[in-house]
Ligand binder design. Sequence first.
Ligand code: ADP
Ligand code: MG
Length: 699
Amino acid sequence: MSEQNKSVSEFFGCNVFSDTVMRERLPKNVYKSVLKTKQLGTALDSEVADVVANAMKDWAVEKGATHYTHWFQPMTGVTAEKHDAFISPTADGGAILEFSGKELIKGEPDASSFPSGGLRATFEARGYTAWDPTSCAFIKDDSLYIPTAFCSYTGEILDKKTPLLRSMDVVSEQALRILRLFGNERATRVTTTVGAEQEYFLIDKKYYDMREDLVITGRTLFGAKPPKGQELEDHYFGNIKQRVSDYMKDLDEELWKLGIYSKTKHNEVAPSQHELAPIFTTANIAADHNQLTMEIMKKTALKHGLVCLLHEKPFAGVNGSGKHNNWSICSNDGQNLLDPGATPQDNLQFLTFLCAIIKGVHEYAPLLRLSAASAGNDHRLGANEAPPAVVSLFIGSELQAVIDALENGSKFSPTPDNEFEIGVDALPNFPKDTTDRNRTSPFAFTGNKFEFRMLGSADSISCTNTIINTVVANELCQFADELEKADNFEKALKALLIKTIKNHKQIVFNGNGYADEWIDEAVNVRKLPNLVSTVDALPEYTRPEFVSMFEKFKVYTATEINSRTEILLENYSKVINIEALTMLDMCNKKIVPACIKYTKSMCDAVISKNAIGIEANLERKLAQKLTQLTEDIAEAAAALDKKVLSAQSQAEGLTMAKYYRNEVFAQMQKLRLLVDETETMVAEEAWPFPSYSALLYSI
Ligand code: ADP
Ligand code: MG
């Protein structure tokens, strides 16, 4: 179904019920009220909804759709959908295609099978989905997809979209208060914008199918290092192989049809690793699009005999995959509020937002850290391939000089003969630090946006952006509270900025985040939290001051946070449990039998050589060593089996998750070491799984 005969502009967004389609197909007044709903979040009345639903159905049916689905993002981290046909019976036994406004606005999937963290245990397992008109409906696989939020009937949210939408509203409200203080009366809405860069691996399906660990857990649980890893650094931005480039072209086309602005593609650091970056868009749409992108990536790969791995660490010894979350806020009068600007006034406004972010990241670092916490991402953070687990903020040396000048009340001088007073003169060519190519900072200012780099490749971006938005809203609110009552705005503002810098500058770090000295300094001198793993990070969610912030802005209730924490901890335990069981299965059914068989072939060689009087020292030694290793493997597997069993009897929640980390996972590591060592001693054809070399270098 290649679109190669059409130009991109002809098919871009052809499967999206976009504003343009709506304008064409809806009566003017209906179109206007939908637009209003989209922009201001006002409710849609039922007559309007009926007209929209009917137009959507006609459009979808013309495009071959037979079904519709409310598409939502439960706490599983992936999307969920249940399909209903448009079909309705007629009196004479025929059928017509129908779709009402009611069906568009509200759906009722059975909520009981989605994780709720105990929220519904107290109540009937009922939930409903509600249309999110800010994100366009689209067609995929002959169904009309309607982006929706997912709640329980008692009002608790069960998904990742609702809190994100709420957080976007609160950051808008608080940012507008700041803009008003700067005399801006035009802007009526501030939007969070996000661009999510997505890393992934592509491997040959033929080899994937032969690896139970990849099929079941998404990562290799065993695998000796290949002779060549990524040390030559020849893959990053290297030229793209034909098969991969065909895949990327196909993928781009599929994404473009869905209105996703896939823009950049290149090879990444590890062999077989690649990246896709879209053009940024509104945060909730970016979140929807990222989910779709991940799904289409996997699906398109299969068409090419490939498998797309989105796991954070599919292979030990080479880099894992992350997702960089580029975040900014812009007002609807056309300003990017994180753009330093060209006038003294704009510079000051920018510094105000910057200081709010510095303070927010310092005070709420644990929240940012836990938004990237998962069993998969634990392999990356702090492992010298992704940012450390300590959250810090990079602003670059030039912006650092501006902040220093402000704090010290001195003039900022970019060159010896040029001096500028902050707030009075326009800073010349306001800094765009280009030195931050080391990529070691978890949260980096990159010119007119912040790049949060802790997320893992499989993560949903919703939680992170919900947290960033709420934290920033909270700081802006405090700033506005203080400034609105000041007699002299400029004086009060300067005092506030200086105070903020003095109290929170220890979160700013522009150096190398991979250095051991940094972790030492961060923890011991700057007193920044180092939440090494998921089980260290997740309990922070329920810290009282964090909960009260979310409650203050009505983003989450305490109950919702508790349930989320529970779900995440439970998920962590489940993932490790599945990995451990898969390891045991592979060991007992394939690896140990293969070792025994291979050892026997060595012994046979010894016997037959001896029979004709030839020494068989090598075979003898190998057989001895393999016998020992096989015994060790069996023993380590038995120990793992025991630990998995006793994990079940731990108290659910944190205790169990910690047990999985400290006991089960630790034992998995021991078992892996033994197996990987054994793999290096066994002939390739005798080993039951394809090697790392085959997986990483076969395309
Ligand atoms: P790099 O690899 O240097 O991080 P890329 O160009 O690959 O840069 O990615 C930058 C990402 O940031 C893109 O997805 C881009 O759309 C996004 N971006 C640019 N400006 C903004 C903005 N104002 N708000 C949010 N995201 C942005
Ligand atoms: Mg980036």
